[in-house]
Design a protein around this ligand. Structure first.
Ligand code: ZN
Length: 235
């Protein structure tokens, strides 16, 4: 006798009360508790960066800040499955999607020997107001998902975002840098002293925000910095 046989009896009912479709393509051929159908899972644009020295994320920070290792789990494009998942996480309150994505990042970190000596995870902070409006910081949800796999502590509310920057979309890299440069602060530097920090964000585009936040962390005595993102937007 199969122990989980009751699941098969219940599932049509569960599907009725919680109807759900694949977030990637809308298909309803999807197992309960999954976000994506098998087809979309197979088509996820994994980068494989975590395994590779001098991958594009690491190169992006050359001459800007010194990072021990960097990775992005996925390539980002406006039409991808990833775009839909990020939308769920950022605008539809779907924290479970974030945990799922964090698990995928965590699995890549665990399968690489380049992130072994991470001491703690730090989510890239949002402005307090923005976090309050959204109800959570999406980078923190990703961190929780990563921590479920690699079992490292999560440090939140220590690195904070302090100055409001203007919208960045129409500005060049230098102006953007001036905007974000002074927008991060560490409340308790002692907690980070001598630690290898993995700074986590959802999407890396220019890298300016990660650079500004990372620079603040690297001012602290003996810190090492690595970077993990969910998606990497090439331009
Ligand atoms: Zn699908």
């Amino acid at each position: 006798m199969k122990i989980n046989s009751h699941i098969h009896i219940l599932s049509p009912l569960v599907h009725f009360f919680y109807p759900h479709n694949c977030i990637g393509c809308g298909s309803d051929v999807i197992e309960n508790e999954n976000f994506l159908c098998h087809e979309c899972i197979n088509n996820l644009p994994h980068t494989g960066f975590a395994l590779h020295v001098n991958n594009p994320v690491e190169k992006m920070f050359w001459g800007r800040i010194a990072i021990a290792a960097g990775m992005s789990e996925f390539f980002f494009s406006k039409t991808s499955i990833i775009q839909n998942l990020i939308h769920e996480l950022k605008y539809k309150g779907n924290k479970d999607a974030g945990l799922y994505l964090g698990n995928l990042i965590g699995t890549s970190l665990a399968n690489s020997n380049r992130f072994l000596n991470i001491d703690m995870l730090v989510p890239l902070p949002l402005f307090a107001k923005k976090e309050f409006r959204r109800g959570y910081n999406q980078a923190e949800v990703l961190c929780e998902g990563i921590a479920q796999v690699i079992n490292k502590p999560l440090l939140t509310k220590n690195v904070i975002r302090v100055v409001h920057t203007e919208t960045q979309t129409k500005k060049g890299r230098i102006q953007r840098w001036e905007n974000v440069e002074k927008s991060f602060s560490v409340k308790d530097p002692i907690a980070l002293q001598g630690k290898h920090i993995l700074l986590v964000d959802d999407v890396i585009t220019t890298g300016a925000t990660m650079e500004a936040c990372g620079a603040e962390i690297l001012k602290i005595n003996g810190t090492k910095l690595s970077i993990a993102a969910l998606a990497f937007a090439t331009r």
